[in-house]
Write a protein that binds this ligand. Structure first.
Ligand SMILES: *Cc1c(COP(=O)(O)O)cnc(C)c1O
Length: 378
């Protein structure tokens, strides 16, 4: 048996005629940039998530950059990001000339630890070099961060919040959908994300009329009231009409059955793997869209041997993430107290993500879990 880590081919097979027609009509209309499907998708996303405005853009990294530009985050500013995430969450902060401050995560949820966030904010204030401005919690592996705790801390210290929901689309917390938290939320439509297109894409979500207007300008070269009137320095960062045409079909599939199906897979993994490895914890009141299903072993050697064993049996795995942000070469100039980042460091040694997607069938699930059990019985 050969297992796909994330099966985009089965999804295309199921929706081929709808997707092909949708893309073909963009070619027929030749409205490639900000065509009607882009506007319709933005409306559909806003309605699904429950926010006032959606501004689509070229990718999830630009989505965060555009928000930081709109807020004028700059040199001397501190932006708090989890230490355990994809590089882009920290990268966008440095790109603005500001400094990312790395916050530890909870071992059980992989998400930003609110008590460590408070410690890092107080430390930054006491040091008196950087000015705390914003927090970027990440909805890692499909699970929203704890916005109840994080938003309270943001209010207390007067900080802005961007929800990095690149992996979180479709998740829920306290009966609110991911991408509805913070002052702005961002997502990515990179093919392997919970809602992916056929290339790069991204979007920003906000309830602020003023921020939405600035972002629409910023994504098109800082455009003013007419086409060749430019009122601010911006980016060229738009979502292609062709990608919007694909995403409209895929959003419907996600709503209709994919979220349900991927959770069905996760429940089976939970059951079959319980007591064998540490399975991902979804606390009460949370719902995950399972961008990844990430298990934990007890030691690094055990993790690495398990990966090797699964590889020889055609079960693909990925290590998200082999390094924390503070361990990245690009961030070596940023001073940290490693004693405060022990969970994120530990997770780089013991985490491994196993295949998950809405199209994984019972036979495949059993094959994966049997191979894991086989490894532990040796
Ligand atoms: C994928 C990802 C991004 C970046 O999205 P792109 O569309 O690839 O630019 C940012 N943050 C996290 C947590 C991600 O997983």
């Amino acid at each position: 048996m050969k297992i796909e880590f994330r099966d985009l081919k089965s999804q295309y097979k199921k929706y081929k005629s709808l997707i092909d027609d949708s893309v073909t009509s963009v070619m027929t209309e030749s409205n490639f940039i900000l065509g009607e499907p882009v506007k319709l998708l933005e409306q559909e996303l806003a309605e699904y998530v429950g926010v006032k405005h959606v501004i689509s853009c070229a990718n999830g990294t630009d989505a965060m950059t555009l928000v930081l530009m709109a807020w004028n985050i700059k040199e001397g500013d501190a932006v708090f990001v989890p230490n355990y995430t994809f590089f882009a969450t920290g990268e966008v902060v440095s790109y603005q000339g500001a400094t990312p401050v790395f916050v530890d995560v909870e071992q059980s949820t992989f998400n930003m630890d609110a008590s460590n966030l408070r410690i890092q904010i107080l430390h930054t204030i006491n040091e008196g070099i950087l000015k705390p401005k914003a927090i970027i919690p990440v909805d890692l592996f499909g699970l929203p961060s704890n916005y109840y705790e994080i938003t309270a801390i943001a209010k207390e210290f007067g900080l802005l919040v961007i929800e990095d929901a690149a992996q979180g689309f479709g998740g829920e917390f306290c009966e609110k959908r991911a991408c509805s938290f913070g002052d702005a939320a961002t997502t990515s439509f990179y093919p392997a994300k919970p809602l992916g297109c056929y290339g790069d894409g991204g979007a920003i979500f906000t309830n602020s009329d003023e921020l939405a207007e600035t972002l629409r300008s910023l994504r098109s070269h800082g455009v003013g009231t007419h086409r060749y009137d430019n009122v601010r320095i911006g980016l060229n960062s738009r979502l292609d009409t062709i990608q919007a045409a694909v995403l409209r079909i895929k959003l419907k599939a996600l709503k209709d059955h994919e979220l349900e199906d991927v959770n069905r897979v996760a429940r089976q993994y939970d059951q079959l793997l319980s007591g064998i490895v540490i399975t991902p914890k979804i606390p009460d009141g949370f719902f995950s869209s399972y961008a990844q299903y990430t298990i934990q072993t007890t030691t690094r050697t055990e993790r690495d041997n398990l990966i090797e064993y699964l590889k020889t049996h055609n079960v693909p795995t990925m290590v998200y993430y082999p390094r924390t942000l503070h361990q990245q070469k690009a961030f070596t100039s940023i001073q940290v107290d490693e004693d405060l980042l022990m969970n994120s460091i530990h997770l780089t040694n013991v985490s491994v993500s196993i295949p998950i997607h809405p199209y994984l069938n019972d036979k495949e699930i059993l094959y994966v879990t049997d191979k894991i059990k086989e490894f532990y019985s040796k």
